[in-house]
Design a binder for this molecule. Structure first.
Ligand SMILES: C[S@@+](CC[C@H](N)C(=O)[O-])C[C@H]1O[C@@H](n2cnc3c(N)ncnc32)[C@H](O)[C@@H]1O
Length: 196
């Protein structure tokens, strides 16, 4: 399906952002105050880089953002951002990259087929991996924001969030295309799970 170059596409160009996706994060941040100065933020599926551009500004020089994507990023990013080209399923951070994060965000999207159930399952696999990474790399009390597709295993994903976060919200930003099945799941207050 050919995507229409809408108001947000042109606005992103004018504002110097790498993608219109930035306005989804901006809107969710305005409502839920996710990003704070000095935060350590992990951005899963960060290319072409508009979320990292926004995050870098909000966390300031004393913060640190790390982005991972299969694709390279060509946009220029400030020195408080570290980009890794690779697959999140293979990521094994060491040293400073392995220190816990205050916020993990994922705007990851699978290669879509147009078959709703297949695409929903592929999206679920990415979300499940983001949850699993957050269980290791997110601080207790931290926040996880993940893009998910409606349908299929969405309710299962929501339940997993509810088990692991004190509060769970569903966000559909205005800049998310109306015809798109995407939603964002927001987990606030990562619980400290005790193994029994
Ligand atoms: C919608 S784009 C992200 C846009 C980004 N938030 C921005 O503002 O520029 C989705 C990204 O997820 C990435 N992605 C999908 N599967 C991935 C995986 N297994 N590991 C890393 N990145 C992945 C894709 O390569 C793609 O660049």
């Amino acid at each position: 399906m050919k995507k229409v170059k809408d108001h947000y596409f042109h606005k992103a160009k004018k504002d110097g952002f790498a993608a219109r996706a930035v306005y989804k994060l901006e809107e969710i941040d305005q409502k839920h105050h996710l990003l704070k100065r000095g935060y350590r933020v992990l951005d899963l599926g960060c290319a072409p880089g508009s979320w990292l551009q926004f995050i870098a500004k909000k966390i300031g020089n004393e913060g640190k953002a790390v982005g991972i994507d299969l694709s390279p990023i060509t946009v220029k990013l400030p020195s408080n951002v570290n980009v890794i080209q690779g697959d999140i399923f293979d990521w094994k951070p060491e040293g400073e990259l392995a220190e816990p994060y205050d916020l993990i965000v994922s705007d990851m999207a699978p290669k879509t087929t147009g078959i709703v159930s297949v695409d929903a399952q592929r999206s679920f696999n990415l979300c499940e991996q983001a949850l699993s990474m957050a269980s290791i790399h997110l601080k207790p009390g931290g926040t996880l924001l993940v893009k998910a597709f409606q349908g299929g295993p969405f309710q299962e994903l929501r339940q997993l969030f509810q088990q692991q976060y004190a509060q769970v919200k569903i966000c559909k930003p205005k800049s998310s295309r109306k015809e798109s099945v995407e939603l964002f799941l927001l987990g606030l207050g990562k619980k400290e799970l005790t193994s029994s």
